[in-house]
Design a protein around this ligand. Structure first.
Ligand SMILES: Nc1ncnc2c1ncn2[C@@H]1O[C@H](COP(=O)(O)OP(=O)(O)OP(=O)(O)O)[C@@H](O)[C@H]1O
Ligand SMILES: [Mg+2]
Length: 346
């Protein structure tokens, strides 16, 4: 068996638990057969994946060679290269500006806001990409109706982002065998995946990279702040939690790591009755504005709690693209305020 025979054989092996071959996943490095010894180099970003593939290869071809020599070339960038938030690396030099959408708490509408402001920016003629950094609960693909797509590579070995509603989209949800596969990654693996999405995706030139952050203040948030020059952070909150410590903690974290805040969006702010269109301020008014004043950051807008926003979003029909004029305006106004309150490089 020569080099090419071995390569073909290995390329066609199926990665355990995934409907993809080792060749499709581009996990093979240099392959050489020398005097009955098979030398196989694997390109993997985690130890787990290396061990999985090594075992698979051992089981499949060890009877064909005198011995097997499997090595790994780690694609993950070394920790020593990590930047710090005051003077971050720039893993995305193709993006003129990076907007990070965050929240202290989960479930406040970060992903919905991220997707709609990304689309609103594209509607203004900007080139926009959205990166779903919520590696443990990715839902940008569902919100953009790209959730049936799976990962694809171009001829330069770069991942091709999905595209819909005028924006480019990348999410770990596109890399799992099915959308609902749970991701039980250690945080180091999640962080490496994120860096790969910044460096190995064919984003093209972007005016804005919008990042849908996971909730809270953990590893992924810090990585984003260390690896990317964030032009503006948008903090999403709801009236119920506007006065809670979670919001203060998120604001303080960004101040601590010297990330510029574009401001606060108050989501699910008031209720519009679907039948009468009457407005109900269930949680009182002005919470978001008060907190913005308290921390001396801009208030970017209030978006109502609207059944149509939820229904349409969950079907992958973003309100800013396919909703009525009123719904579009909520998000478009937020974008105008973000543009007015930040210094972007355009
Ligand atoms: N303004 C709104 N009116 C009605 N429903 C909304 C609104 N904004 C978001 N939702 C709904 O609330 C739910 C949570 O929103 P979303 O997934 O955007 O939150 P998140 O902060 O990203 O959550 P997570 O922390 O889980 O990532 C979704 O079902 C979404 O459709
Ligand atoms: Mg989310």
């Amino acid at each position: 068996m020569n080099n090419n025979d071995l390569k073909t054989l290995l390329q066609d092996l199926k990665y355990p638990g995934i409907d993809r071959t080792i060749g499709e996943l581009k996990l093979l490095g240099e392959i050489k057969v020398v005097n009955g010894v098979a030398n196989v180099e694997l390109l993997t970003i985690s130890d787990e994946s290396y061990l999985n593939v090594k075992k698979l290869i051992e089981e499949s071809i060890s009877n064909k060679f005198d011995s097997l020599n499997i090595t790994k070339k780690n694609l993950a960038k070394k920790d020593a290269n990590y930047g710090n938030s005051a003077n971050p690396n720039n893993r995305a030099p193709y993006a003129k500006n990076v907007i990070a959408v965050t929240s202290g708490k989960g479930g406040v509408g970060k992903s919905t806001v991220s997707v709609n402001i990304a689309i609103a920016l594209a509607q203004k003629g900007f080139k926009v990409g959205i990166l779903d950094a919520d590696v443990y609960g990715p839902n940008v693909p569902r919100l953009t109706n790209t959730d049936v797509e799976r990962i694809k590579w171009n001829d330069d070995d770069k991942i091709i982002p999905s595209e819909n509603y005028g924006i480019k989209i990348m999410s770990v949800a596109l890399t799992t065998p099915a959308m609902d596969t749970p991701l039980v990654w250690r945080s180091s693996v999640a962080v490496n995946a994120l860096i790969q999405f910044l460096e190995d995706v064919a984003w093209g030139e972007l005016d804005f990279m919008v990042i849908d952050m996971p909730p809270g203040t953990g590893d992924v948030q810090l990585t984003v702040a260390q690896e990317l020059p964030i032009s503006a952070a948008v903090l999403v909150t709801t009236p119920q939690i506007v006065a809670t410590d979670d919001v203060s903690r998120a604001v303080m974290m960004f101040k601590d790591i010297s990330v510029k805040m574009a401001g606060i969006v108050e989501n699910m702010s008031f209720f519009i009755a679907p039948d009468t269109k009457n407005r109900y301020d269930i949680f009182g008014t002005g919470g978001g504005e008060k907190i913005a004043k308290k921390y001396d950051i801009p208030f970017l807008g209030a978006i109502p709690l609207d059944m149509k926003i939820r229904e349409a979003s969950d079907q992958g029909e973003p309100p800013v693209a396919l909703g009525d004029d009123e719904q579009k305006k909520y998000y478009q106004d937020v974008v105008e305020n973000i543009l007015a309150n930040s210094e972007f490089n355009l």
